[in-house]
Design a protein around this ligand. Sequence first.
Ligand code: UFG
Length: 337
Amino acid sequence: MILTTGGTGYIGSHTVVELLNAGFEVLIVDDLSNSEKEVVQRIEKITNKKVAFEEIDLKNKEKTFAIFEKYPTINAIVHFAASKAVGESVEKPLMYYENNIGSLINLLQASAKYEINNFVFSSSCTVYGQPNVLPVTENTPRCEAESPYGNTKKIAEDILKDTAFADKTFKSIALRYFNPIGAHPTGLIGELPRGVPANLIPFVTQTAFGLRKELSIFGNDYNTPDGTCIRDYINVVDLAKAHVISIKRLLENKNKSNYEFFNIGTGKGSTVLEVVKAFEKSTGVKVNYKIVAKRPGDIEKIWADTTYANIELGWKAETGLEETLASAWKWEKNYRA
Ligand code: UFG
């Protein structure tokens, strides 16, 4: 059984679907602080399989340990549960360190006690900051984090590396996501931001739907072909599949070292304006936008070199940008219907 923390969240829910499709039994643990319980039923509808669910806050050590008593067949963990709003983390750093690092430590202590030695972690390309050389490979040095959120990802990677060094039986893989977007092709699960979306794609789909008057594009005088920032937008289902491959790699002892990390992106950068145009082309719906001031802390450009993941994991992003944006639009419409 695969324990998936944060399994009702955006990337977690898509990963649970792929794990179930691959034949794994799954237990979701989530505190529902940023997701809905109904996602569990939606996952079951998509897969026609049952998934176990426990509403638990991993900051609670006793309850975290109790999970492993109750589900003795857990043999691997995919750990998504974390707070993820960059701006909020600047305002509430302690909350971010407590949520993201405190829960990781509890989980690792429980893993050690119950001898669960296979651990996949959701990291982020945020660990690279603004790299000097593009695209970024896994050898690109990590830099000083730009936010407490980013720092929690960096610290968590270090914790995993140190744990794997100290305990030779413990194996972990950190996946450094670039910008996950899109939704399951059924339109039954997707990204569900609370309040005004901070991220580009939910803002685009909500604007297209008429919930927002216009998209604000943050800056158009960056050193990029059209002046807007470049990101590597990765389809969330493709991303989910990277977790299944990583879990299998650990369970089959195919890992090359006890702590590995991989870039998970498409290898292709797109500007904000290119994304807006691709959305309009694939959906036929216009997106009103205006150019506004740069957003503080935004990185000018980043995209992944995915060669290592392609070769070592045998994983590759398969879905194109337009198809992915169409899936985000389908989800937005389904959800609002
Ligand atoms: N953008 C806009 N308008 C918006 C929202 C975003 O123009 O309303 C632009 C941003 O300036 C940026 C691009 O769209 O150029 C993507 O922005 P997102 O907020 O969607 O994503 P970020 O790249 O800023 O952040 C994402 C994750 C973070 C993670 C980071 C790692 O949301 O959790 O990647 O680099 F830390």
